[in-house]
Design a protein around this ligand. Structure first.
Ligand code: ZN
Length: 261
């Protein structure tokens, strides 16, 4: 049972600002009580025994603390810790954005029994938001397809990814995203795993697939470059701790081990 909005615990408490997390001089999570007292939004969750709050605007970062990107924190912490931090980051962002009932516009209150908010006027419950996304590495012979995005992380070559749309199956979304962004058709789709990615609410659903047909035609408003990369000579790829990195390394390992035979 979880209580959104209760149980602001001191033992496992996180302070976030945008896509960053506050850490101390040892790189451990820092969450000074004086900042919590000034924070505009906080959240507690008994399911994972943790709480979180937003860094209050206009305040100074304590001298022994600093903010680091969450992606960097993910790369250097255990899977279990990353799962807890991802949940708290997603819950905090959701709570901040979920103040009013979408049916009658009344102010929502924490649900008495569930990790949810409830409307005291019409009884409608609001549950934490999850946005499913497909992410894929496409293999073609000894190469994999990597993309450079036009607006985000412009210095790295990453996997192809996109949101699952209403009414779609995951498989349909995967084929559609590949077709839209690159003009290619794929086959041999293999599910590889998933990862919560709280920027703000994504659930990344990871695949490796094989090239089937088509010539690359990039979707120019989203993608600046699509490149068939040699598995032994990769460009700048996403950091460890992301499913994107995992899929790229897995696909390249497969190609390299086949070459050795
Ligand atoms: Zn309502």
């Amino acid at each position: 049972m979880s209580f959104i909005g209760y149980d602001i615990q001191a033992d496992r408490r996180y302070c976030f600002s945008g896509r960053d997390i506050l850490v101390d001089e040892n790189g451990l999570p820092a969450s000074p009580a004086e900042l919590l007292a000034l924070s505009p939004v906080s959240v507690g969750d008994s399911q994972c025994g943790a709480s979180a709050f937003e860094f209050p605007g206009g305040q100074t970062v304590p001298s022994h603390c600093r903010f680091i990107p969450l992606r960097q924190y993910f790369a250097t912490n255990s899977e279990e810790e990353v799962a807890v931090v991802s949940r708290m980051k997603a819950l905090l962002g959701w709570k901040k954005a979920t103040r009013f009932c979408p049916c009658c516009a009344s102010l929502l209150e924490p649900h008495p029994k569930e990790a949810a908010m409830v409307c005291p006027n019409c009884g409608t419950s609001q549950y934490p938001k999850i946005e499913p996304c497909v992410i894929v590495v496409i293999k073609k012979g000894d190469k994999i397809l990597l993309l450079k995005h036009k607006t985000r992380n412009q210095d790295i070559y990453a996997c192809l990814a996109g949101f699952v749309e209403a009414g779609e199956s995951i498989e349909h979304a995967l084929r559609r995203e590949v077709r839209e962004e690159t003009g290619l058709e794929i086959t041999g789709i293999r599910y590889m795993g998933s990862q919560a990615w709280p920027f703000p609410y994504q659930l990344m659903i990871g695949f490796i697939a094989d090239y089937l047909s088509g010539e690359i035609q990039i979707q120019e408003d989203e993608i600046s470059e699509a490149l068939w990369c040699d598995a032994c000579n990769l460009p700048n790829i996403p950091a460890a701790g992301s499913i994107s990195r995992y899929l790229i390394e897995y696909a390249c390992d497969e190609i390299r081990s086949r070459r050795k035979k």
